[in-house]
Design a protein. Structure first.
Length: 220
């Protein structure tokens, strides 16, 4: 079963392209984005890994670590990096987990328990459910889960947008409306009474209905 928002992200030890890690220790006090791939040397995933390398400074600014996973050995990941550079002009500048025993894919509910214990001989189609994005907070809780089909490249700009909302709403008692971007108006959370809202927002708010109260995005 796929992990649910609010659950603790399973901890694990794994070999990566940047050495061995214990996942929770590696996250530390940061946010983390774990994004997974069915197999090395596949076309859509190659474009994604390159684009994430380009976006890494944006994640760094948000105190967020990024880490990939592919159902193949680390040695294959390193060889794949040369192809990714040729295709996208970028080299992965973040760790990629080697999941040749399928342990992490099964732990995160991306492959069934009966999938076996080796990536050897498996095709991308066999692993097609390993196309997820997990955003995990410093508290090690799952904040967001996205699942994509193999043929659809992921929109990692949307992950940044969602991460901005997740971090903002974790700090302030607000929610973000449809298609919200940094700097746009937000919604006072329903749990905040009008009396308390007046203390937080003495200039008032715009309320087209009593249950939706728009205010400027809080700063700080």
């Amino acid at each position: 079963m796929t992990l649910q928002i609010g659950q603790t992200a399973p901890d694990f030890e794994a070999e990566t392209t940047e050495g061995n890690i214990r996942f929770h220790d590696w996250i530390g006090d940061s946010y983390a984005v774990l994004f997974s791939h069915p197999k090395d040397f596949t076309p859509v995933c190659s474009t994604e890994l390159g684009y994430m390398a380009k976006l890494k400074p944006e994640f760094d600014r948000r105190n967020t670590k990024i880490i990939g996973l592919s159902v193949d050995p680390v040695g294959d990941h390193k060889r794949w990096s040369d192809d990714i550079k040729a295709i996208t002009g970028q080299v992965p500048n973040y760790p990629i987990i080697g999941d040749s025993d399928l342990k992490v894919s099964k732990l995160y509910g991306m492959l069934p328990a009966g999938a076996g214990d080796s990536s050897k001989g498996r095709t991308a189609a066999d692993n097609q459910t390993v196309r997820n994005v997990f955003v995990i907070g410093p508290d090690k809780k799952v904040k967001l889960v996205l699942v994509y089909p193999m043929s659809t490249g992921r929109n990692f700009d949307e992950i940044l947008r969602a991460l901005d909302s997740i971090q903002l709403t974790a700090k302030h008692q607000v929610a973000t409306p449809v298609n919200w971007k940094q700097g746009e108006k937000v919604i006072i959370a329903p749990a905040v009474s009008d009396e308390d809202a007046k203390k937080k927002y003495p200039s008032g708010w715009n309320a087209p209905r009593p249950y939706i109260r728009y205010v400027d995005q809080p700063r700080g």
